[in-house]
Design a binder for this molecule. Structure first.
Ligand SMILES: Cc1cc2nc3c(=O)[nH]c(=O)nc-3n(C[C@H](O)[C@H](O)[C@H](O)COP(=O)(O)OP(=O)(O)OC[C@H]3O[C@@H](n4cnc5c(N)ncnc54)[C@H](O)[C@@H]3O)c2cc1C
Ligand code: FES
Length: 274
């Protein structure tokens, strides 16, 4: 492990500088951290909520002034405790960890679902000025759960953000993968980046296999050490924390029997993905 990686794995503490409510279940938290401020889109950090737990979170933004932002969905004990934190309170972190999306130019298609939109927004900020075309397809269950539409509409040219909701409360009533099928049937894209629920990403992968396009997908697994030691994030021969979280189509082909189908629980037992 490089000296930089060893240093990045040291626990640090910092104060929350800003909290924003994005929707009823998601808040963004901004803080200063010199290591995570150098993160690239796709990388994640381990955020420590004192007295509660340490959880993996994708980096939503990392800026030259040292500020880092994460978007957090309230789903259980640790995320609930974090949601109750205010500006000035102390949190801890390690990281950044994992690989990042490859920055490519040309015709780009992004497919994001739920909090998976966060790392793709970070990537869009880096790519928007370099691409020939950038289309962002985003999906959520309801309008309330759709995030970062304004930011994405500012970054992508007019008409290139396609929003879908399962209940039809905003955009097109369908899964995010439906407009994707239509887009791929009529246009050529050089690369697809995706992050979100794994069943969604599996459908994207199956379509990509049919259309033979480059793919980068960011996976989530249970994470504890985040440095490739404990094995809780294993998918096939890969450790998602160290070899991912971003995987290419050829890597996903190797783990086809697990990708979008199963994961390991905290006891290492393989369980179906919800
Ligand atoms: C690489 C990566 C990036 C992530 N990025 C984000 C993000 O940007 N925003 C966001 O809101 N969430 C993100 N998550 C998911 C987030 O880590 C979990 O929602 C969080 O750990 C739940 O903790 P909890 O105590 O609130 O809930 P719990 O009640 O403990 O768990 C609820 C569910 O969250 C998942 N989970 C719990 N602990 C972990 C863990 N240590 N590692 C992975 N998953 C866990 C499990 O599926 C569990 O069923 C990411 C996960 C990974 C692996
Ligand atoms: S979280 Fe321990 S090996 Fe990946």
């Amino acid at each position: 492990m490089s000296v930089y990686r060893i240093a990045a794995n040291q626990h640090r503490t910092t104060c929350i500088l800003d909290v924003k409510t994005k929707n009823p279940t998601v808040k963004t938290f901004t803080f200063k951290d010199k290591y995570c401020a150098k993160a690239e889109p796709g990388q994640f950090l381990m955020l420590w909520i004192p007295g509660v737990d340490e959880i993996p979170l994708s980096i939503l933004d990392a800026r030259k002034d040292g500020e880092v932002t994460v978007a957090v969905k309230k789903v259980g004990e640790a995320t609930e405790a974090l949601h109750s934190k205010k500006v000035g309170e102390v949190i801890g972190m390690r990281g950044p960890f994992g690989n990042s999306f490859t920055i490519k130019n040309g015709r780009i298609l992004m497919v994001g679902g739920g909090t998976g939109i966060a790392p793709l927004l970070f990537l869009t900020k880096k790519l928007a000025s370099k691409t020939t075309k950038l289309v962002f397809v985003m999906g959520a269950k309801t309008k309330e759960e759709l995030m970062f539409i304004d930011e994405l509409e500012e970054l992508c040219s007019k008409g290139n953000v396609v929003a879908t909701t399962e209940d039809g409360s905003y955009g097109i009533k369908c899964l995010a993968t439906a407009p994707l099928e239509r887009l791929l049937a009529k246009e050529r894209f050089d690369v697809i980046y995706t992050c979100g629920p794994e069943q969604m990403m599996r459908k994207v992968f199956d379509l990509v296999e049919k259309h033979r396009i480059a793919l980068e997908a960011s996976l989530e697994r249970l994470m504890r050490c985040a440095i490739g030691l404990c094995g809780s994030c294993a998918v096939g021969r890969y450790r998602v924390c160290r070899d991912g979280p971003v995987f290419t189509a050829s890597q996903l082909r190797e783990v086809k029997r697990e990708f979008g189908i199963s994961k390991r629980d905290f006891n290492g037992k393989r369980i179906p993905l919800e």
